[in-house]
Write a protein that binds this ligand. Sequence first.
Ligand code: AP5
Ligand code: MG
Length: 220
Amino acid sequence: MRIVLVGPPGAGKGTQATRLAEKLNIPHISTGDLFRANISQQTELGKLAKSYMDAGNLVPDEVTIAMAKDRMEQPDAEGGFLLDGFPRNVSQAEALDELLTTEGIKLDAVLDLEAPEEEVVKRIAGRRICRNDSAHVFHVTYKKPAKEGVCDVCGGELYQRDDDSEATVRTRLEVYHTQTEPIIDYYKTQGLVVTIEAMGPVDEVTARALAALKREGDEN
Ligand code: AP5
Ligand code: MG
């Protein structure tokens, strides 16, 4: 399957993507995680991305699209992928469509994770991620690690993302409403959008997403 996950910062895209990718046996491709890996490796791309991310703004399309394209062209993504955080504006969605058309493939669904603003702010404020891999995600209340400050998966140090400060979160939410939400209408015209209620326990949200994907599969 080829799936796009969309939703405001803190809705649980990364959390759900990890679980869905495992169940569906497809790679989880997160442009945010790819940028963070570049930042920790201190690459030129990481240096460029950091200035935009810390301010809560989108990294320029040119570098983002090239990075996402390169990742989607890796052998493990041949049979399908789950995109988390890409596309994030209409021009990225158009670039993705172009790439898919060239390859003669199509998206199966766009899952739109919905959660109220006060909830996403709480989720972001308590989030802690692992220094070794930003896909290892915890929460000080909702998903406590067994040992405070230590990743359950690999033993790495847990820290708060630089862009999870209150001021930056406000900008990220604004950017989401103005630049990312329009892609939901873009994909609605293609009949691809399925809304997923992202409130409630993580397992229940995953079950809702899997049920929705099954319905989409049965219909097509
Ligand atoms: P990115 O890393 O994609 O961040 P985001 O979209 O702001 O989303 P988050 O990662 O903050 O939230 P999430 O929805 O993944 O939630 P999570 O599962 O962690 O992007 C960061 C930056 O990179 C952007 O601002 C931009 O600068 C740049 N960037 C990335 N892609 C780009 C692109 N395509 N173009 C340009 N720039 C780009 O969950 C949050 C917390 O809640 C966790 O602690 C989790 O444990 C907890 N939680 C999850 N689900 C539940 C639940 N059901 N109940 C209780 N707690 C829960
Ligand atoms: Mg994420």
